[in-house]
Design a protein around this ligand. Sequence first.
Ligand code: 8OZ
Length: 370
Amino acid sequence: MPTLFDPITAGEIELANRIVMAPLTRNRSPGAVPGEMTATYYAQRASAGLIITEATAITQQGQGYANVPGLYAPDQLAGWRRVTDAVHAAGGKIVVQMWHVGRISHSSLQPDGGAPVAPSAITAKAKTYVLNADGSGAFVATSQPRALTLDELPGIVADYRRAARAAIDAGFDGVEVHAANGYLIDQFLRSGSNHRSDAYGGSIENRARLLVEVMEAVTAEIGASRTAIRISPVTPANDASDPDPQPLFNYVVRQLAQWPLCYIHVIEGATGGPRDFQQGNTPFDYAALRGAYTTAGGAAAWMVNNAYDGALAETAVADGRADLIAFGKPFIANPDLVRRLREHAPLNTPDTSTFYGGGEKGYLDYPTLD
Ligand code: 8OZ
């Protein structure tokens, strides 16, 4: 029986254990440039089998919050190079989460103060995070987006491709395409945010087209064995909605089975909320989702996330329900989470007031067991 602490190979990445640091937005990259603090933060957590970085904008258009990092300008990439070097020097592995927020943005963050882009011109009932004139942060309503035209979509696919190449050049072990939590790719997937009548809207096949094109481009650029994806079939995060998620996401994973990917990362339930959250009338069947994937020939590692504790994680791995478990908030507060889980040691409690923005406090100063 595998345990959480056994090594595993996911695509071409060799992980020392099955405990993964989930992507966590921390808003500590002024000018979208990850700095020295960020290198220290990730290196402190390098005993994770794998670190997934915080969501990182592939273009300025893809950015939706103040002080989140980017993956498109030379100074951003130089900052990430310091991070990947620090994590590798500490013996860890790290992939970057590639992010386009779509409509979850504010015009003040967009190129030339323009409208954020989306599948359809429907404003999300959601908040984003901007800076006040005095530099303090504030949560504000997202701006009214404009619908992407058909001829803009190849450019967005090319942006993902360019970002994936830049990520590998910056020393990352791979990339995770962020297709979850109500951001651009998820906005195309779900019928609540996609009212298009062209080849990217309507049927499940059409709504999944952008996702498939992005995966095609990224795997062609850097290889499937360094490419991963994150999905969140039922989450209501960022106003994501679809009354019938099972056939939609079963289709998505059947498509994903065509590439020998690194891993499939599934958020179970409402992101950061109840694991049994459902959209529509039927509970989502995650075993059926995985069955759809494997029946279609998919063989990537299966990563699960959301409110796992050590016991639930150990059971999921022992039962074969999952190959990898991603922990979010516990990793903020416990840089040595792997050791603490192995030794069944108590965990530090995360301080929610320092999650988003700020400096070293709540970022670099959580104690290890020693
Ligand atoms: C929390 C705050 C801002 C962004 C996600 C990237 O939910 C995020 C995010 C989370 O995927």
